[in-house]
Design a protein around this ligand. Structure first.
Ligand SMILES: NC(=O)c1ccc[n+]([C@@H]2O[C@H](COP(=O)([O-])OP(=O)(O)OC[C@H]3O[C@@H](n4cnc5c(N)ncnc54)[C@H](OP(=O)(O)O)[C@@H]3O)[C@@H](O)[C@H]2O)c1
Length: 347
């Protein structure tokens, strides 16, 4: 037997096992893809798993990344976070592939059929409304095949189930793992209600879902820090992506560009490009999770001169409400199991 070949193979396997594993949902475009690109620029020794719904777009995104970062280790995983079975299946596959997950970026998100109020936009020029988007947007929502509200399922519950089913690879003694949610400054307390946390009654399902995410992150830290899992939330600012092109067509955004540049002088949350918008997400990749404040949202900002930085913003969160909401999600998970929407072992 060629012993040197055996020891070389052993060294390669050890190096692969030592690689940090980073998974990004919604990685095939927009902020998710920019994040993948920037993380590979930070550390080209990681294993990157792009968890996507549209695999054709995922293949194209992977090829793009391999072009700018030849030789990096990238794999694809199919997941529709708006579908319970798909999430459970993906979690099983992840546990087969990896012994541990170091970073899980929960970035996939939707804002379906948004209606934009031009009146609110014009009357709010230069006011603080631009920091939160209050009054600017309403959305349409509908039920999934699993009987849940689509926006809640995609933006919140699908990712929650992913975490729950990935406990064995996320919660490991002696090494911290981090989940990072792409939420929004549009996460408003006034849009969220504990009695209708799926937002079946209102028209601001997006804002409600993002506030729910903020609450959930706080509760996750309470329950999981002791197991080595840490959760953070990020606001990417206003970024031109397919999501924003759903609000107004690209043509309108182009017309508004001079106004947006002007607004950027007053509020640095108009990051505009996916690269700028991913600033706080990438910054978190370089931080010790234990050092982060669970009650803070880390916001990507771009100054009037185009410089990127991260601004911590205290969240308007009641930790008791966060805990009640977390318990409600556990109850919902049990209910979906009892109704056979969730099948198979939890772990
Ligand atoms: N753009 C902004 O100004 C802004 C501001 C604040 C927060 N955000 C948040 O940033 C995140 C990324 O959005 P973006 O602006 O980059 O928009 P985007 O370009 O539309 O990207 C959204 C990503 O999520 C994926 N996705 C949507 N539904 C999914 C599902 N059911 N299962 C799996 N993947 C799904 C999309 O994949 P497909 O290709 O399959 O559709 C896409 O990769 C979202 O959570 C969004 O709420 C954006």
């Amino acid at each position: 037997m060629d012993l040197s070949a055996v020891s070389r193979a052993g060294a390669v396997a050890a190096a692969a096992a030592a690689r940090r594993v980073v998974m990004v949902t919604g990685a095939n475009g927009g902020i998710g893809l920019a994040l993948c690109e920037r993380i590979l620029s930070e550390d080209d020794q990681i294993h990157l798993c792009m968890a996507c719904r549209n695999m054709q777009k995922a293949e194209a995104a992977k090829s793009e990344l391999l072009l700018s970062h030849p030789g990096v280790d990238i794999s694809l995983l199919k997941v529709d976070v708006g579908n319970i079975n798909s999430v459970i299946k993906a979690a099983k596959e992840i546990k087969k592939r990896y012994q541990r997950l170091d970073y899980l970026y929960l970035n996939a998100g939707i804002m379906p059929f948004p209606h934009f109020s031009l009146k609110a936009f014009l009357s709010g020029l230069f006011s603080s409304m631009f920091a939160t988007g209050e009054g600017l947007l309403t959305q349409e929502d509908w039920l999934t095949d699993d009987g849940l509200q689509q926006v809640f399922m995609t933006n919140v519950f699908g990712h929650f189930l992913l975490i729950r089913n990935l406990e064995p690879v996320l919660c490991q003694a002696g090494c911290a793992s981090q989940v990072v949610w792409t939420t929004s400054s549009n996460a408003r307390k006034s849009a969220f209600s504990l009695t209708d946390y799926q937002h079946s009654q209102g028209q601001e399902s997006y804002s409600s879902s993002k506030y729910a995410t903020d609450l959930l992150s706080v509760a996750l830290n309470k329950h999981y820090n002791i197991q080595g899992l840490f959760s953070s939330v990020v606001c990417p600012g206003l970024v031109m992506t397919n999501l924003t092109y759903g609000i107004l067509p690209p043509f309108f955004w182009t017309l508004l560009t001079p106004i947006m540049w002007l607004i950027r002088v007053f509020t640095n949350t108009f990051t505009l490009s996916p690269y700028n918008g991913s600033e706080a997400l990438v910054w978190l990749f370089t931080q010790k999770p234990e050092s982060l404040d669970p009650l803070v949202k880390y916001c990507s900002c771009t100054s009037g001169l185009g410089n990127n930085y991260v601004a911590p913003c205290k969240m308007d969160i009641d930790v008791e409400v966060a805990e009640i909401f977390y318990q409600e999600l556990l109850k919902l998970e049990s209910k979906m199991k009892a109704n056979n929407y969730i099948t198979g072992d939890h772990n």
